[in-house]
Design a protein around this ligand. Structure first.
Ligand code: AMP
Length: 218
C-alpha cells in the first residue's frame, strides 16, 4: 500500500458493530500515517485498569449500550491534546451520536468519513465468532479468519461479543449512530469534507482494497 498524504485533518471510520472497523482502521492508519483513535479500545483499557472512568463505562459496555457522551467527549478531548494527534487522527468507533459529532466538529477538522456498510443479518455471526489475541491485539474469526493453531488456546472473546449484547449494540447503532450518516451528508454539503461508502460484506482484503481504491480517487 502506498502512503497517501493529506493535510493535518482527521478521518472518521463509521459503521455498525462487527463491520470490521478495528481491522480496517489498522490498515488505513498504516496507509495514511494517522494514529488510530478507538474509543472502544480506550474504554476497554480503562475497564482493565479499573479506573473510575472504567468503572462507570463498564456497565454500559456490558449491556451493549453507548457510554454517555460527556465521558466520551472528555476522553477524546484529552487524547487530541497528545502530540501524535497534531497531524490529524483516524477515529475508529467515534463519533457514535450526533452530539459527539457536533463536539468533534469544534475540536478537529474532519476531511473524510468512511462508511462501512454490512447487512444486519451478517453482523451477529461476525461478532459472536470474533476472538482476540491478548498478546498482540490481533482480531480473528473462528470461521472467516481463523488464528494459527499454536495461539488458539490463548484467544479471548470480548465480554460484549455475546448474542444478547450484540442485539443491544445493533439497536444502539440504528437508533443513535446511523442518523450520523445523514448528519454527515448535510455537513459535507457545507464543507469540503468527503464521504465514501464501502461495502463491508466481503473478506478483510476485499474491503481493504475497496477502501484503498476510494482513497486513491480523492
Ligand atoms: P467498540 O469497540 O467500538 O465496538 O466499542 C465497544 C463499546 O464501547 C460500545 O458498545 C460502547 O458501549 C462503548 N463505546 C465505544 N465508543 C463509544 C462512543 N464513541 N460512544 C459511546 N460509547 C462508545
Amino acid at each position: 500500500m502506498s502512503a497517501i498524504s493529506r493535510q493535518p485533518s482527521s478521518i472518521v471510520l463509521f459503521g455498525p458493530p462487527g463491520a470490521g472497523k478495528g481491522t480496517q482502521a489498522g490498515k488505513i492508519s498504516q496507509l495514511t500515517g494517522k494514529p488510530q483513535v478507538s474509543t472502544g479500545d480506550m474504554l476497554r483499557e480503562a475497564v482493565k485498569h479499573n479506573t473510575s472512568l472504567g468503572k462507570e463505562a463498564k456497565e454500559y459496555m456490558e449491556a451493549g449500550l453507548l457510554v454517555p457522551d460527556s465521558i466520551i467527549i472528555d476522553l477524546i478531548s484529552e487524547r487530541m491534546k497528545e502530540s501524535d494527534a497534531s497531524g490529524g487522527v483516524l477515529f475508529d468507533g467515534f463519533p457514535r451520536t450526533i452530539a459527539q459529532a457536533e463536539e468533534l466538529s469544534l475540536i478537529a477538522n474532519v476531511s473524510l468519513v468512511i462508511m462501512i456498510q454490512v447487512p444486519d443479518e451478517d453482523i451477529v455471526e461476525r461478532i459472536v465468532g470474533r476472538r482476540m489475541d491478548p498478546e498482540t491485539g490481533e482480531i480473528y474469526h473462528i470461521n472467516f479468519n481463523p488464528a494459527p493453531a499454536h495461539i488458539e488456546s490463548r484467544l479471548i472473546q470480548r465480554k460484549d461479543d455475546t448474542e444478547d449484547t450484540v442485539r443491544s449494540r445493533l439497536n444502539a447503532y440504528h437508533e443513535q449512530t446511523k442518523p450520523l450518516s445523514e448528519w454527515y451528508g448535510i455537513f459535507s454539503d457545507k464543507t469540503t469534507m468527503s464521504i465514501i461508502t464501502v461495502d463491508g460484506s466481503g473478506t478483510i482484503e476485499q474491503v481493504a482494497k475497496a477502501i484503498e481504491s476510494e482513497l486513491g480517487g480523492l
